[in-house]
Design a protein around this ligand. Structure first.
Ligand SMILES: Nc1ncnc2c1ncn2[C@@H]1O[C@H](COP(=O)(O)OP(=O)(O)O)[C@@H](O)[C@H]1O
Ligand SMILES: [Mg+2]
Length: 604
């Protein structure tokens, strides 16, 4: 897991900074809280007056007045309690709304390295569970704790004015209560942390499984996955119960201690009344203040609990906020002239590793504007990595990647990524209409441009046959389209963005060879043709490339045109012969002979 570093500035002050944005509401809310608690102190005084003044003299006129006062105060308090509830709810909801927005843009800005390390389920659980923890904290800390603080202070003062002896008697119960609350805090804190960690694990498991449900079903692994989930779920249950039981162990102790307040006051007060040092009305009033003093102490444990939870949730969220993206736009970005006929791409002695394992070692090659460079090699040799470095998904360890003569680290990221268009190996479409998917880079893009991109990608025809044509909504990740159709939409999406470098990472693997040939021809003929990097396995996909690079063991093993490489008798020749042989073995001798002697581009 990722260590959460404690920052010099505390989490509490960082949360309160966000609350302070709503300081006007906060002040208004606190004033209301203060007034409601002050009014509450009047209630026992009314009782005292009834006992001392009304009952002995049967003064019913006074009785009516006091009764009216009681009802009036209660009505005012009820209104104020309602208002303060609304004010503080608004504050706490706004604070987490702000936090969510800020975190979301942070997630958008994070680099690929971040997503390599953090699981989606973990992020989701932070965005929901931990957010709720912070909201609850803000509400409790600002409202409920303020309320209990005022109640306790006012009640101490009010009772103190009646009798300091009775006040001390009540406080003698409060002290052990607060000690127990402290002990409880120490016990419960790590338990809540464990519960939240396990929730993150559970969310990750659920998210990954539901996302991969088709694979699970294809391999008939439903039972196994359910079992794994059940285990994690039971662990969460266990941890939750442990925390709840700890809470239930403490709660009765506190209730018993808290209820000792009344007998203690009755005993001390009873003696005072019988000695004539206290009137009966004051003793009855003092009984009315006990709960106001004891309850805040009883609630200490709850506060401690909510604060511990809220602050540890806040810490998790701040961790994300504090993470700088490793791949950032530079201060003084350059913007070299972009050629009409594509950008130049150059790898200059590039070495790259994910963590410790080196994937590319001293790789150098160049694609001139408008050229097509093909990258081949077995899986895992670093083809996708090379493509990713062009769009600066990751930074090189050493060497340089140059686009239009400038290091990719000198571009602003949006500028770089508008030059480098990507058709990813794993096609991903949003659950939007086809048109919105294709015009993803430029929402509301001119329809003719969108259509032209689809024509080149050979997607126009099948789109015309869809029930709602362009407006057809594709499901999540492009559900409802075949693999090849998805790939064509994603090629169209890259083309519609009008990049000057177009990367096709295994982009036609699910498209039949004839359609692939049409797509390639369309790309070659396109006005303002982009420099094209084709990553492919089929020889037929790369045959027309100006340069073919064959990767092996972290470096470039061979390079040249199709014809040059065939003369070399190396890796490429072997791949070629393998594919021709496969072709021949399915009884297409004529076609395989064709391919062997295919009219290929001459070396320049
Ligand atoms: N995000 C990543 N984190 C760590 N290792 C990775 C990551 N992506 C790829 N690799 C590793 O880098 C190597 C090259 O991967 P890749 O460029 O995807 O190969 P190719 O596209 O040629 O199949 C592989 O060994 C792969 O396991
Ligand atoms: Mg790949």
């Amino acid at each position: 897991m990722h260590r959460v570093r404690t920052r010099p500035r505390g989490n509490l002050s960082r949360v309160m900074e966000r609350v302070a944005v709503y300081r006007n509401r906060l002040v208004a809310g606190l004033l209301i809280v203060l007034s409601t608690q002050a009014l509450r102190m009047v209630l026992p005084l009314i009782t005292r007056s009834v006992v001392n003044d009304v009952i002995p003299t049967a003064d019913f006129a006074l009785m009516w007045k006091l009764g009216g006062l009681l009802v009036g105060i209660t009505a005012v308090r009820a209104t104020m309690l309602y208002t303060r509830g609304i004010i503080f709810e608004r504050i706490s909801q706004n604070v987490i709304c702000d936090l969510r927005t800020e975190l979301y843009s942070k997630f958008q800005a994070q680099s690929h390295t971040f997503y390599d390390k953090h699981k989606i389920g973990e992020i989701m659980s932070r965005m929901t569970g931990d957010m709720e923890g912070v909201r609850n904290f803000v509400l409790t800390f600002c409202m409920t704790m303020g309320e209990q603080f005022f109640a306790f202070t006012f009640a101490c003062v009010s009772m103190g004015m009646i009798s300091w002896k009775l006040t001390l008697a009540t406080l003698s119960v409060c002290v052990p209560l607060s000690i127990i609350a402290a002990v409880f805090n120490k016990r419960i804190r790590p338990m809540h942390a464990a519960v939240r960690e396990q929730n993150a694990v559970l969310n990750t498991r659920a998210q990954e499984n539901i996302a991969g449900i088709r694979i699970v079903k294809a391999f008939a692994r439903e039972d196994y996955e359910s079992e794994r989930f059940r285990e994690d779920n039971e662990k969460a249950l266990e941890l939750n119960l442990k925390a709840t039981f700890t809470w239930s162990d403490f709660n009765p102790v506190m209730d018993i201690l808290g209820s000792l307040g009344a007998p203690v006051v009755l005993l001390v007060g009873g003696i005072m009344v019988s000695q004539g040092t206290l009137d009966l009305g004051s003793l009855v009033a003092a009984l009315g203040y006990i709960w106001m003093m004891v309850n805040p102490m009883r609630m200490l444990a709850h506060f401690v609990n909510v604060i511990a939870q809220g602050l540890s949730s806040a810490e998790k969220l701040f961790y994300y906020l504090d993470l700088g993206s490793t791949v950032k736009s530079p201060e003084n970005a350059v913007s070299p002239r972009r050629g009409d006929g594509g950008s130049s791409v150059e790898f200059d002695d590039v070495t790259f590793s994910y963590g410790d394992s080196v994937v590319l070692k001293n790789v150098s090659f160049e694609a001139r504007p408008g050229e097509t460079v093909a990258v081949m090699g077995a899986t895992g040799t670093g083809k996708t990595t090379i493509a990713g470095l062009m769009a600066r998904f990751y930074d090189v360890r050493s060497g340089r990647v140059l686009i239009d003569g400038a290091d990719v680290r000198q571009f602003s990221l949006p500028a770089l990524r508008s030059r480098v268009g990507f058709v990813m190996q794993d096609t991903f479409l949003f659950s939007d209409s086809i048109e919105e998917n294709v015009a993803f880079a430029h929402p509301g893009q001119d329809k003719t441009e969108v259509e032209e991109a689809c024509e080149v990608a050979q997607a126009g025809e099948f789109i015309d046959h869809l029930p709602q044509k362009w407006e057809t909504i594709v499901g999540e990740r492009g559900l409802g389209l075949s693999g090849g159709q998805k790939q064509r939409v994603s090629i169209a999406r890259a083309l519609a963005a009008k990049p000057s470098v177009l990367i096709l990472d295994d982009a036609t693997s699910a498209v039949d060879m004839e359609t692939e040939a049409l797509i390639q021809e369309g790309l070659r003929k396109r006005a303002g043709k982009a420099t094209t990097i084709i990553i492919a396995h089929r020889i037929s996909s790369v045959i027309h490339a100006d340069q073919i690079i064959v990767l092996d063991k972290g470096g470039i093993a061979e390079r040249g045109t199709h014809r040059q490489l065939l003369e070399k008798d190396g890796l490429y020749k072997r791949m070629f012969l393998d594919q021709v042989r496969d072709f021949a073995s399915v009884n297409h001798p004529a076609k395989s002979a064709d391919l062997a002697g295919a009219p290929v581009k001459e070396a320049e």
